[in-house]
Design a binder for this molecule. Structure first.
Ligand SMILES: Nc1ncnc2c1ncn2[C@@H]1O[C@H](COP(=O)(O)OP(=O)(O)OP(=O)(O)O)[C@@H](O)[C@H]1O
Ligand SMILES: [Mg+2]
Length: 284
């Protein structure tokens, strides 16, 4: 524990309007005799928001996203999309998985993987689909790899294909589970900014993003609001508003006093602030 607690940033759940997503009293056990993974989790997401979810490793973040996307049934509680309880994956939602090895179809080329979710849209002209695929691949730095199969790409490249697929699809709701965990630091900064660009373009259309990350700085940099989960079995520990100016830039935003204040506070809340012992004989 630090000797002085950082001052609390503005707390805040979504305003009282109709949320696009609402998680109510979510409980999950994978086996009847197994431990509770989530224990009465609840929060709301407004249309057009970018919400980051952070929490300790193993606390149930991926479990939560799978329940929110309709891929996994909760033991009790509900997830509602626009007021309707989700029981199967809704067509207006896309999920980028944490595990890239399970995200792509290995028998389809990069181009076909990214194009796949657009195939069902009979109204969109083929030329528009091609344009979106090319633009999405360019935004993740994979122009030239259209004809490759996923098995011939590195892990970070496969994850970028999965991100490009979500970007080309432009879902109403995009759920991202640690999407940048397997890419290098520089590529990651580029992808964060690409995501913010996409979000700026689609925000007026009400597109909503929810991203799990264990990178606290990334959560602050990207999000309008941060939901902090507790240790397992997880509940919502805190919700914080991130009032940082838009557009955000890697250098300025990350050195903004408000950024640093939120960062110090989250470190305190998550018990990460660690007092380093002075090494005898060394000056600080
Ligand atoms: N398919 C499963 N069957 C049984 N238990 C599971 C399953 N998937 C996850 N769990 C358990 O649920 C708990 C939460 O796992 P989850 O993957 O949701 O955590 P997480 O917060 O996403 O972790 P990380 O930060 O490491 O990605 C863990 O104890 C895990 O063992
Ligand atoms: Mg996870």
């Amino acid at each position: 524990m630090s000797t002085h607690m950082a001052t609390a940033p503005e707390q805040g759940s979504a305003s009282s309007g109709d949320p696009i997503l609402e998680v109510r009293e979510l409980r999950k056990r994978y086996r009847a005799d197994g431990p509770l993974v989530c224990d009465g989790l609840g929060f709301r997401v407004e249309r057009g928001e970018f919400v980051a979810i952070i929490g300790p490793s193993g606390c149930g973040k991926s479990t939560l996203l799978r329940m929110m996307s309709g891929l996994l049934a909760p033991t009790s509680g509900t997830v509602a999309l626009d007021g309707r309880t989700i029981s199967k994956p809704p067509p207006e939602m896309a999920l980028v998985f944490q595990d890239y090895t399970r995200s792509l179809y290995p028998w389809l080329t990069v181009e076909k993987n990214v194009r796949f979710p657009l195939a069902g849209d009979k109204k969109m002209p083929a030329a528009e689909k091609s344009r979106r695929v090319a633009e999405a691949l360019a935004s993740v730095g994979l122009t030239g790899f259209e004809g490759y199969y996923p098995g011939a790409l590195s892990g970070g490249m496969q994850q970028r294909v999965a991100i490009a697929r979500a970007m080309a699809f432009q879902p109403q709701i995009l759920l991202l589970d640690e999407p940048f965990a397997s890419v290098d630091a520089l590529t990651k900064e580029g992808l964060e900014d690409t995501l913010l660009d996409v979000r700026d373009r689609l925000r007026d259309a009400g597109n909503t993003m929810l991203m799990v990350t264990h990178d606290i700085d990334e959560a602050i940099y990207l999000a309008d609001r941060i939901v902090i989960l507790s240790k397992p079995p997880c509940v919502v520990a805190e919700e914080l508003q991130v009032r940082l100016p838009q557009p955000r830039t890697q250098v300025e935003t990350r050195s903004d006093p408000e950024f640093l204040r939120i960062r110090a506070y989250i470190h305190d809340v998550m018990g990460l602030t660690h007092q380093r012992q002075a090494v005898p004989g060394q000056q600080n």
